[in-house]
Design a protein around this ligand. Structure first.
Ligand SMILES: [Zn+2]
Length: 141
């Protein structure tokens, strides 16, 4: 499989976690695609070896982590169920694919981080509707 760097367009090299994270032995068995000049990499699915998303450089990796954190807070604080939160986000962002950290661009990450408050408020309101519906004996599925 050929995976190209999203920054320079060159072919990314397949490396192991031992090269990428020499201090984290639990990652040595993992496989990654990496573009060294751009300091960009992406993990792969254990079974298929396919990349989990697009190659991310340091800036994008950090943005993805922040977005992930902002978004996770929502369902961790039991505002809504996780799968619903993901469906809602995908719709709000107009994505056809699943909104998840691994595939998000820098702009999408910024969007999530900035929308964190709006999302939380809206999802809280949605949950209230659901709870009222359930209290009235409605189907909660
Ligand atoms: Zn590159």
């Amino acid at each position: 499989m050929t995976v190209c760097c999203d920054y320079c367009g060159k072919k990314a090299k397949k490396i192991t976690g031992k090269t990428l994270y020499p201090r984290h032995e639990y990652l040595w068995g993992k496989t990654y695609f990496r573009c060294e000049p751009c300091d960009a990499h992406v993990g792969t699915h254990d079974g298929t070896g396919e990349p989990l998303g697009t190659l991310a450089d340091r800036k994008l990796r950090s943005a993805r982590m922040d977005a992930h954190e902002a978004f996770d807070q929502m369902w961790r604080e039991r505002v809504v169920h996780r799968s619903f939160a993901y469906r809602w986000l995908r719709k709000r962002m107009g994505l056809t694919r699943t909104a998840h950290g691994g595939g998000m661009t820098f702009e999408e990450c910024q969007f999530v981080i900035n929308l964190d408050e709006e999302i939380t408020e809206k999802l809280k309101a949605t949950r209230e509707i659901w709870e009222t519906w359930a209290a009235l004996g409605g189907d909660n599925g």
